[in-house]
Design a protein around this ligand. Structure first.
Ligand SMILES: *[C@@H]1O[C@H](CO)[C@@H](O)[C@H](O)[C@H]1NC(C)=O
Ligand SMILES: *[C@@H]1O[C@H](CO)[C@@H](O)[C@H](O)[C@H]1NC(C)=O
Ligand SMILES: *[C@@H]1O[C@H](CO)[C@@H](O)[C@H](O)[C@H]1NC(C)=O
Ligand SMILES: *[C@@H]1O[C@H](CO)[C@@H](O)[C@H](O)[C@H]1NC(C)=O
Length: 307
């Protein structure tokens, strides 16, 4: 359970009523997160890092090196993807948290920037069979939507099976970069498809914007446990843009690791100078090296899957 806060300004203190978008903060107000609080995210960082490993190192055995070693006892039950046409992913059961975990592989920052700055991108509606009762004005980046559709039902069936088998009501979705975008789609997808009463938590790293304003608004109305963690001057979280005809928007909530290593909780997409959108006003002013971390001392990426 994660709840504590360290308000930097007393004026924000009384306004914080909960972890996520129950924030009611004036524009520009961030909340400091101390090292201990940031450390509570370490398991999610390791899960996201393990998603870059070849599935043969994931299942059976959970022998992917440092990331797997950091999460002893995790039982992977399904892996997939080829790391090229389809991102790797895995699903498994995490006994210490009685949780089912789904993790998606990301991609390196050069490829990610190429995809995201490709002006041929299309907004695409979400499939109402996958996303029941989705409002029709919601659109997301076609690249992410198509990638998500490739594995969505396969992963959902495994999650349902594991929840049943372990009488679990906790589901955790993680990913970095493109994997973060897929985990964001999965977080809403699972929320709309799993039984009421399931605790669904999404934690992503260096995630690009996934959908339009309607996407972010609907996501925030349905999902109550979602955290995007962004590192320093990583350019990926600020693309595609909020403006200039793009109209993308992030859902809540961002935790931003500052250039000095301290972390803050950001109230909204694009309002505070310590949060991604203002810290990196233009993706070309960002630093691609920040995309892979370190997140709380841990680098995530293809190079980091080192047994
Ligand atoms: C958020 O997720 C954490 C960890 O799974 C859980 O303890 C907490 O109850 C969740 N909160 C909500 C509002 O679902
Ligand atoms: C971090 O914050 C939590 C909750 O506010 C507090 O209990 C803890 O003592 C703090 N840790 C440090 C090292 O300041
Ligand atoms: C949020 O702020 C508005 C305007 O100050 C206020 O009316 C409302 O009650 C606040 N909501 C919460 C949950 O604090
Ligand atoms: C980019 O980030 C890397 C890693 O943090 C750092 O070593 C480098 O100095 C940064 N480059 C610039 C231009 O700030």
């Amino acid at each position: 359970m994660w709840s504590p806060f360290l308000p930097i300004a007393s004026l924000t203190a009384g306004l914080l009523s909960g972890f996520q978008h129950s924030f009611n903060i004036s524009h520009g107000a961030v909340t400091r997160l101390n090292y201990t609080e940031l450390s509570t995210f370490t398991p999610y960082i390791e899960f996201a890092r393990a998603a870059y490993c070849n599935p043969i190192k994931i299942a059976p055995g959970w022998k992917c090196g440092a990331a797997c070693d950091a999460l002893p006892g995790f039982i992977p039950t399904l892996t997939g993807g080829d790391g090229a046409g389809t991102q790797y992913f895995y699903v498994g059961y995490w006994p210490t948290q009685s949780a089912v975990v789904v993790a998606h592989q990301g991609t390196d920052p050069h490829k990610m920037l190429a995809v995201l700055t490709d002006l041929k991108f299309k907004f695409m509606s979400l499939d109402p069979i996958l996303f029941p009762d989705i409002p029709s004005d919601i659109e997301a980046h076609s690249g992410f939507v198509i990638e998500h559709m490739k594995t969505a039902n396969w992963i959902l069936a495994e999650v349902e099976q594991l929840m049943d088998e372990h009488s679990s009501t906790n589901v955790i979705l993680v990913g970095h970069s493109l994997g973060g975008a897929l985990a964001e789609l999965d977080t809403l997808f699972m929320t709309l498809n799993l039984p009421a009463g399931t605790t669904i938590r999404g934690v992503t790293f260096g995630t690009p914007r996934v959908g339009n304003v309607a996407w972010a608004t609907f996501f925030d109305s349905q999902v109550f446990n979602f955290t995007r963690i962004n590192n320093k001057r990583d350019p990926v979280p600020v693309i595609p843009g909020r403006v200039h005809g793009f109209g993308f928007r992030h859902p809540a909530t961002e935790i931003h690791i500052q250039p000095d290593g301290k972390a803050v909780i950001c109230p909204d997409d694009g309002v505070d100078p310590q949060c991604s959108d203002k810290l990196v006003p233009d993706a070309f002013e960002g630093n691609k090296s920040d995309h892979n971390g370190p997140y709380n001392g841990i680098l995530i990426g293809t190079e980091e899957c080192t047994p």
